[in-house]
Design a binder for this molecule. Sequence first.
Ligand SMILES: [Zn+2]
Length: 356
Amino acid sequence: MESMELLKKLSEAHGPSGYEDEVREIIREVVSPFADEVKGDALGNLMVWRHASRKDAPVLLIDAHMDEVGFVVSHVETSGFLRLAPIGGWDERVLPGMCLQVCTRERKKIVGVIGTTPPHIQSSDEKRNPLTLEQLFLDVGCGSRDEVFALGIRIGDSVVPAESFKTLSSNVVSGKAFDDRIGCALLVELMTFLADQPRLGVEVVALFSTFEELNARGAMVGAFTVNPAAALVLEATVAADVPSVPETRCPTRLGEGPALTLMDKYTHCHPRLVRALEATAQQNNLPYQFKRPIFGGTNAARIQTTRAGVATAIVSVPCRYIHSPSSIMRIADYEHTKQLVTAFVLDAEQWIRGEE
Ligand SMILES: [Zn+2]
C-alpha cells in the first residue's frame, strides 16, 4: 500500500483512547502476513515482533500510539441533544461548529454538528468569552431522546471529528488524528520493510499502543511486556510556524524534516540515542530539526521509566494544528522521517551497544 493511502485509511479510522478497535484491526490486517508474532493485551495494545538473527539479542521497542483525542457521549437531553465529555486535551475554542461522528455499539457512524448560538442573539458577554465544552451540545438531528436511542446511540459511545483525509497540494495533506496515525503508518511501513531484509542483530518489537492521550497507560504496560533494551517513540508533533507565533514558542516547523526531541515536559531523551539519530541523518543527507524544548509529552515518559529504566528517544513528524479536527503535514517530512528511522533501525545493534 502506498504511504499516503495507508495514512488516509488510518487517519479516517475511528479511535479515541479506549476505543482503538478500528485502528488496531487495520494495522493487524496489514502487518500480520509479515510478522513473526503478533500479540494483544488487556489494554488493547498490539505488539508485533520481528525476531533477531540470534537468540538473546537486545530488544528494540518502537512505539506509536493508535488513539486520538475525541469525546464520549455523557448525556442525552430529553430534547435529543447530546452532551459530551472530552477524551484527551482539546482546545475548546475550536469546537463550536465542528462536525463530529458518533460510533455506536453496533459500529454505526452517525454524524452531527456542535451547535452554537448565532451571533445575532448573543449578548456582548457571550461574544467575548469562548464557550466551554460543558455549555456545548452535539446535534445529530433528533427531536427527542427516544429518537436518539432509536439510532442506536448510547451513553458511553465514542465521538471523533467527521473529517476526511485531503490532499491540499501535491506535497501537503490534511486530516484528523495525524497525532499519532502518522507514527502508526511509519511503524507499519518499517515492519513490512524489515520483513524483506536479512534478520538484524536486534529483536524489533513494534508497540501500537492505546491510551496515550489518557496518561499513556497503554505504553506503560506494553513496555513492561516487551522489556526492551532501548526504545524509539514515533510521533506527530506540534509545528507552530504560523503568523503571530514567536520563534521561541515554535516547537517545530513544517518542511524542515524529522524533529528530534532533546527534552519535553516529561522526558529527557537519552543523549547517546539522540546523537546517533543526528549522526544517521547527517550520514544519509537527510534534513532534521531539534524540537524546541520543553513543549509537549509522549509515551516516552512511561517507556523510559519502565522496569529498571530504558534508553529512549523520540522522532516526530512536524504537524500543524494537532488536537484540532484538521492537521496539516508535508509529505516530504513523512518521507524523510521514514528514511531516518529505517536507517537508524538497520544500525540499531551498534548504537544499542554504544559503539558510535
Ligand atoms: Zn501523540
